[in-house]
Design a protein around this ligand. Structure first.
Ligand code: FRU
Length: 475
């Protein structure tokens, strides 16, 4: 598996950009999962991703690569990493990136298999924003550098940080009691690393198998530790198997958590990464998929996408998320309906399509169902009843409709229910009230299905504001 082979394959099999979502980053062909190396280098946003170009299934992981100037539209760059060394021959797993004096540093997990044994070690590649070289010293940080009893098979997804002249990395691992842990290691020069301490671990051994893809930052006076929890199901908030979550609290050598919350209550969201922009916004992008269900049509040659970039804030002790303001530059046709009185089902002239940014406010205590991507036989549905939000894609055209439904309580109810809904061809992201709850899902309904309908069984008092999204800001 080498870079040249991947580039040639992609050239020969590329799916045109206009056959893919407009704003949700996808690969030209093949499978993607986690966002990797989300960073700013030489004033451009860079996004890498877990990538298997050769099929629509997970396989030996490469790092795909794209850049953007506004976080909304992405330009494809050549694949940055391929699993071409002995130490990463099973795959170049997830990691992060930093702009340094040496160039653009990618810090990733090289995975190697030896018989039944798996070794996950941390590796460095340095580049100029397009081409990357793996350093001689790889692997620079191995499971065997950890205290006795720590897992060498689960030691991955480093978050690289630079502070006070030193590099630090937060890495997903397992401690000597087999508990998921976030391990802090440090280095003066990216090549020599040592274990420092665990900043958090699963003290009651009840929060999944591994806390993948950690991220740590301060925001609005709180500290946030993000984790993607592998294999967990617990109560109504955490019930989709693999859960992107965050702890809020304060970080002082270790992380003191005041609570654990899910980041997205829909069907598809995992492994997010954040950056701080030059104007000090904290922006998160996640993988808009889950590990258990891939509803795409069999003949579609690109598989999976990233979420819309979301600006984060802490409000009243929890995180809020909103699509980045750069989205507004893509606003096209505008329609507004104020205090529409709805009983039964209606469509609203001008409110349809597969690319839109729509705000819906339910002013009174009524129920509501909105169906999107609708024709005679298909639709997806977002409903609100009995204080619950319900997502459903059972009639989206999936061949098998397991994992098609998610039902969650409105976490922080307000007098009115406000929904901001982003539709981009094959995805729906719903930002509830001030964005303290988000529900996302993908769907692959035929593109001709563009209808949107509104239904209430009670007299609903409804306002709808819709922008069509243009594919380019200059259209
Ligand atoms: C999370 C994850 C990571 C790993 C990568 C492999 O989705 O399992 O822990 O590095 O995907 O592709």
């Amino acid at each position: 598996m080498n870079l040249e082979k991947a580039k040639t394959y992609i050239e020969n099999n590329r799916v045109a950009q206009d056959e893919r979502p407009a704003f949700h980053l996808t690969a030209p062909v093949g499978w993607i999962n986690d966002p990797n190396g989300f960073s700013i280098f030489q004033n451009h946003y860079h996004m890498f991703y877990q990538y298997h170009p050769y099929s629509d299934q997970w396989g030996p992981m490469h790092w795909g690569h794209a850049i953007s100037d506004d976080l909304m539209t992405w330009k494809e760059l050549p694949v940055a990493l391929a699993p071409d060394q002995e130490y990463d021959s099973f795959g170049c797993f997830s990691g992060t990136a930093l702009e340094t004096k040496e160039g653009h540093v990618l810090f990733y997990t090289g995975v190697k298999q030896d018989g039944d044994d798996v070794y996950q070690n941390q590796c460095v590649a340095i580049g100029d924003g397009t081409h990357y070289q793996k350093v001689e010293a790889n692997p620079v940080l191995c499971g065997s550098d950890l205290p006795h009893g720590y897992s060498q098979a689960d030691f991955r997804d480093p978050k690289l940080l630079y502070q006070d002249g030193h590099y630090q990395a937060l890495i997903a691992g397992k401690n000597d009691k087999d508990q998921p842990a976030i391990i802090l290691c440090a280095s003066p020069d990216l090549r020599n690393w040592h274990y420092v301490r665990d900043i958090a671990y699963d003290i009651n051994s009840n929060l999944g198998k591994v806390w993948e893809c950690p991220d740590l930052f301060s925001l609005d006076g709180s500290d946030i530790l993000m984790l993607s929890i592998q294999d967990m199901s617990q109560g109504p908030e955490f019930h989709n198997g693999n859960i992107a979550a965050y702890m809020i609290g304060h970080y002082d050598e270790t992380f003191h958590s005041d609570g654990l919350f899910s980041l997205d209550d829909g069907l598809d969201f995992y492994a997010p990464e954040t950056i701080e922009t030059k104007d000090h916004r904290r922006i998160m992008i996640g993988w808009l998929q889950n590990w258990d269900s891939f509803p795409k049509p069999a003949n579609q040659k690109w598989a999976n996408m990233m979420s819309i970039p979301r600006e984060l804030h802490v409000v009243d002790g929890h995180l809020t998320q909103q699509p980045v303001k750069e989205l507004n530059a893509y606003h096209g046709d505008y329609r507004v309906y104020e205090h529409y009185s709805l009983l039964g089902t209606t469509t609203l002239p001008g409110v349809s399509g597969r690319y839109l940014d729509m705000r819906v406010t339910l002013h009174n205590a009524a129920d509501l169902e909105i169906q999107f991507a609708k024709d005679d036989t298909h639709h997806i549905s977002l409903a609100y009843r009995n204080q619950m939000l319900v997502l459903d894609r059972a009639y989206s055209g999936m061949v098998r409709d397991s994992l098609a439904h998610r039902e969650v309580r409105v976490k922080y109810p307000q007098k009115e229910l406000q929904l901001r809904i982003i539709l981009d061809r094959n995805s729906l992201e719903v930002f509830v009230n001030r964005g303290e709850q988000v529900l996302s899902m993908t769907f692959y309904t035929p593109l001709e299905a563009e209808g949107i309908s509104f239904t209430s069984t009670m007299q609903a008092d409804l306002s709808v504001e819709k922008y069509t999204l243009k594919k380019s800001a200059s259209d």
